[in-house]
Design a binder for this molecule. Structure first.
Ligand SMILES: Cc1cc2nc3c(=O)[nH]c(=O)nc-3n(C[C@H](O)[C@H](O)[C@H](O)COP(=O)(O)OP(=O)(O)OC[C@H]3O[C@@H](n4cnc5c(N)ncnc54)[C@H](O)[C@@H]3O)c2cc1C
Length: 435
């Protein structure tokens, strides 16, 4: 069977679903290809794993820099519209707190200046206010102390699984088609301008897709998941993202529901003693239980996944290392000192990092028929609607209408032999930024 489309989007995740919506709304014939959100586990191919298969991603408008602040603010402003238009609720407004080490005061001031210019209300909160408003929250002993930056309104967390569902609903309403399957081969079908030919594997066999244009939005593992044409790997590293989920219930749950999301920014270059971490207040998971979730910064214990087998082993096992578990338990003890969990579970995901620290949104070939949107850098969920919109702009050859130049998002090709050449990327030194 051969399926034809003007534009094919590889990856029905956070970026791909948003992009498909905007491409469809522009009137193009678009086909999105990706596995069911529930895929993964056991011997599943790498393309089955996604960063949106979870229940909570932090939303805030305060950005680490102007690029992220603009992406996040534009997207966050549209979340109520996406919920309203799709009929799928996915946002919880619980507030977002950043505890910024005083060692990055200049950065903090600049972030506040940018957010004020964007009309975002960020409260500077003292330790006393934190103690009064959030009595269950402990403040980590970052050298020199921390500055508390709190967004009380329009901030909190989104459910990434449901947001993807909402975006796909809207894409479909705009005429997009969705095919469940894994792209296993992408190649230029001859001739200077395509068409592109893709092979798609499904539970029932394979089919072929012919398209004028391809947008690859295949997430953290795209260099190894079959989503890119041969020899088109990007300079993008995949890292383990270990989380611990602490089950809470009863009166403790009731109290902790008052917490905002929290991120700690420790600028000290102290290896695994660096205190950077993020925390989600209790969130209800599909098993009906409520969990407080904690994750690290980019300390050395967050190691790189270089080969397909390393990636598959990490994703399939869902087991964090002893070192990671120890770090996360200590971080939780600091942030919620009185926590008495009913149970504790590990959850393993993957984050991607680009050397620019920004997403790649741009064409990979000279004729502009192969585009990529990837590189959430561990916090791409909240900006995903704008990232998808910009990707659609590139795919459709429309005028660039973002306030920063397109070059900011220019994709970079991988070094010839990244697996053997790279030690730990030098750009991953503290401060790690805002998860
Ligand atoms: C533990 C964790 C915590 C995070 N916390 C936050 C947070 O608090 N706030 C925030 O904003 N962001 C956060 N993020 C980051 C955010 O989830 C990602 O940046 C975002 O999901 C990236 O979207 P994406 O579309 O690039 O990737 P994904 O959402 O992973 O989508 C990629 C899709 O491509 C599919 N795919 C891959 N290969 C193929 C193929 N060959 N054929 C077909 N389909 C393919 C995958 O199955 C997947 O569905 C977190 C991520 C993790 C892992």
């Amino acid at each position: 069977m051969v399926v034809r489309a003007e534009v094919v989007v590889v990856g029905a995740g956070m970026f791909g679903s948003a992009a498909a919506k905007y491409i469809g709304r522009a009137g193009a014939d678009v086909l999105v290809i990706g596995p069911e959100a529930s895929a993964g586990g056991g011997s599943a191919p790498l393309s089955a794993y996604s960063a949106h298969r979870d229940e909570a991603r932090i939303v805030r408008r305060l950005g680490w820099d102007r690029v992220w602040g603009t992406l996040d603010t534009r997207s966050a402003d549209r979340l109520p519209t996406i919920e309203g238009e799709s009929g799928v609720g996915f946002f919880t407004e619980c507030g977002a707190l950043a505890l910024m080490g005083k060692g990055v005061r200049d950065r903090t001031r600049e972030m506040l200046r940018l957010s004020a210019a964007a009309g975002v209300t960020v409260e500077e909160v003292s330790g006393t206010t934190l103690g009064t408003d959030f009595p269950d929250l402990g403040v980590p002993l970052v050298a020199g102390g921390v500055d508390g930056l709190l967004e009380r309104r329009n901030a909190g967390y989104l459910n990434p699984r449901l947001m993807v569902r909402a975006q796909l609903e809207l894409a479909r309403a705009a005429g997009a088609r969705l095919a469940r399957g894994h792209v296993v081969d992408v190649r230029h079908g001859g001739g200077a301008r395509g068409p592109w030919t893709l092979q798609v594997a499904t539970g029932q066999g394979e089919f072929e897709v012919r398209a004028e244009k391809v947008l690859v939005a295949a997430g953290s593992l795209l260099n190894r998941s079959g989503a890119l044409p041969a020899a088109r790997e990007l300079d993008l590293q995949a890292f383990t993202e270990p989380n611990l989920l602490f089950e809470v219930a009863g009166e403790q749950l009731r109290r902790l529901l008052a917490l905002p999301t929290v991120v700690v920014v420790d600028p000290e270059d102290s290896g695994n003693d660096n205190l950077s971490a993020y925390l989600l207040p209790p969130v209800r998971y599909p098993d009906g239980k409520w969990y407080v979730r904690i994750g690290p910064g980019m300390q050395p214990l967050v190691h790189e996944l270089r080969t397909a087998s390393e990636m598959r082993a990490w994703c399939a096992a869902q087991t964090v290392t002893r070192e990671q578990a120890l770090f996360l338990r200590n971080a939780m003890r600091t942030l919620i000192p009185a926590l008495e969990p009913v149970s504790v579970h590990a959850a393993c995901c993957v984050v991607d990092k680009t050397p620019t620290r920004h997403p790649y949104i741009g064409a990979l070939d000279e004729d502009g028929t192969l585009t990529v949107a990837v590189g959430g850098n561990g916090h791409g969920a909240r900006g995903s609607d704008e990232i998808g919109r910009l990707a659609a702009t590139v795919v459709l050859g429309q005028a660039w209408d973002f306030p920063l130049p397109q070059e900011v998002f220019a994709p970079r090709a991988a070094a010839p032999d990244p697996a053997s050449a790279r030690v730990r990327p030098g750009y991953l030194t503290p401060p790690y930024g805002l998860c």
